[in-house]
Design a protein around this ligand. Structure first.
Ligand code: NAD
Length: 448
């Protein structure tokens, strides 16, 4: 069966209204949960082949996310899907007004390679919970994880409702010609624009989860030891191949030396090095070469070594970096951390706002005024004060970008809304006609 046939079948299936049944949706979610749990070893092996990623890291950054999402929707589906009553204005009295969340229909989900399970399956979970059919296309760059997802999904699900499509640019370009009711894309800003253009041809709504250069600011009013610890964890997790990883640090010049020493201390303490269980490798040769070219030898403070054969790059901290350096011209997406200094916080914030809006931004400070300046002045998708990355683990917060870092959001109730249409219905009583509404509009009527 080719992908167009699958889509045709999904269209027919959606038209039967079966996916609107909440029990049916819950059965699909429960099935997915069972499949993931029963195949955890296969999933772990595949990601190990792609990245050298450990079982523990795969569970905390991938599997647990998807399972938590499934549990969230199983628990909250009834209330999320329930029509919501809202106020009715005087003009429409007597009457009631309700919003009916309805599934959009046939959805296409395109994933990125860096967290292949989470980035493909979490949106799929939200789409199924909201009553849609799904064709999910994981990234071909993480080839083993793509194959295992396709196998376990396609062996267990009716393709009329959930199908996992294998393929790269060619296959994706082909399927994008089709009309979907929603496209959810995770990946680069460059490809995001291609997806948006293809979707526009059919007026298909999109959610674009893109990237960018996410800053971490460390002020002199911070607990900068904690800042260093959290930044080291968030940056070198998955060897920096995390969309919300701090891309670079802006530190107050007066504390730079001490902050750099703490960075070094935690890189050693967390054992982030080649061969360590919790330090992954770079996904492929292309990214490896791109990253090693960004390591400006004279600016290395720490690390800088790499092994081409194993696609490993040491956690590398660059010092004395400025905005004109190559490493500041693109999203790094790897274990290279440039540290820039500033004298006046406001000027550092101006530098950030002079660039594209990042997916995430972080500030470490205990000063109320600085926190306010940060949240008021910089536009970013989401972020943290006194931490990095963790905002995405709170399902009560919407997760998504702004400007160049994306359109729309998901997680928790936002995921459900992303895959739903909010259908607005006013129900009028058949008594209590407001005469003012109808012509002829005499002067007396118009006075009102
Ligand atoms: P990518 O844009 O290269 O690929 C993403 C997906 O698009 C893949 O499934 C790929 O097959 C498909 N694709 C690639 N070229 C295509 C084309 N010409 N036409 C149609 N489809 C195409 O991104 P990537 O390298 O997989 O991921 C890295 C980027 O993703 C980084 O910028 C990162 O910040 C971003 N990202 C964002 C999030 C988020 O949640 N916002 C999460 C992870 C990664």
């Amino acid at each position: 069966m080719n992908y167009n046939e699958i889509l045709e079948r999904q269209r027919e299936f959606f038209a039967t209204h079966k996916t609107k049944n909440l029990k049916y949706r819950k059965e699909q979610l429960e099935k997915l949960k069972r499949i993931i749990q029963n195949n955890e070893n296969l999933l772990n092996e595949a990601i190990y082949k792609d990245f050298g990623k450990s079982k523990a890291d795969t569970f905390t950054t991938e599997i647990s996310f998807v399972l938590n999402d499934i549990d969230y929707y199983l628990k909250n589906l009834n209330s999320l899907a329930k029509p919501k009553r809202v106020k009715t204005n005087l003009l429409n009295q007597p009457g009631t007004s309700k919003i009916y969340p309805e599934p959009l229909g046939n959805t296409l989900i395109i994933g990125a390679w860096n967290y292949p399970y989470q980035l493909t399956l979490s949106p799929a979970v939200a789409a199924i919970a909201a009553g849609n059919t799904v064709i999910a296309k994981p990234s071909e760059i993480a080839a083993n994880t793509m194959q295992v997802m396709a196998r376990i999904i396609n062996e267990n699900f009716n393709p009329d409702v959930f199908y996992c499509m294998e393929g790269g640019i060619e296959e994706t370009t082909e399927i994008l010609k089709e009309k979907f009711d929603k496209i959810f894309f995770t990946g680069s800003t460059r490809v995001g624009k291609i997806i948006y253009e293809a979707a526009a041809k059919h007026l298909t709504p999109v959610t674009l989860e893109l990237g960018g250069k996410s800053p971490a600011i460390v002020t002199k009013n911070s607990d900068y030891k904690i800042a260093a610890k959290r930044i080291v964890w968030g940056k070198f997790l998955n060897a920096g191949q995390t969309c919300v990883a701090p891309d670079y640090v802006l530190v107050d010049q007066s504390i730079e030396e001490k902050f750099l020493e703490y960075l070094k201390e935690y890189i050693v303490e967390f054992n982030y090095r080649e061969g360590s269980e919790h330090y992954t490798r770079i996904i492929n040769q292309r990214n490896f070469s791109r990253l090693t070219n960004l390591i400006h030898k004279e600016k290395i403070y720490l690390g800088g070594n790499y092994s081409e054969q194993n696609l490993h790059i040491e956690p590398t901290v660059l010092r004395g970096v400025d905005w004109d350096d190559a490493v500041m011209k693109e999203e790094i997406f790897g274990p290279v951390l440039p540290v820039l200094t500033y004298n006046v916080l406001n000027e550092a914030l101006n530098e950030i706002t002079a660039h594209e809006k990042p997916l995430a931004a972080y500030i470490f400070t205990n000063d109320h005024g600085e926190k306010k300046l940060f949240t008021d002045k910089i536009s970013f998708g989401g972020g943290c004060i006194n931490d990095v990355v963790m905002h995405l683990s709170n399902g009560s917060l919407p997760f998504g970008g702004v400007g160049n870092s994306g359109i729309g959001s998901y997680h928790g109730k936002y995921g459900f809304e992303t895959f739903s249409h909010q259908k607005a219905v006013l129900e009028r009583a058949t008594w209590g006609e407001p005469n003012l509404k109808y012509p002829p509009y005499t002067e007396n009527k118009l006075k009102w």
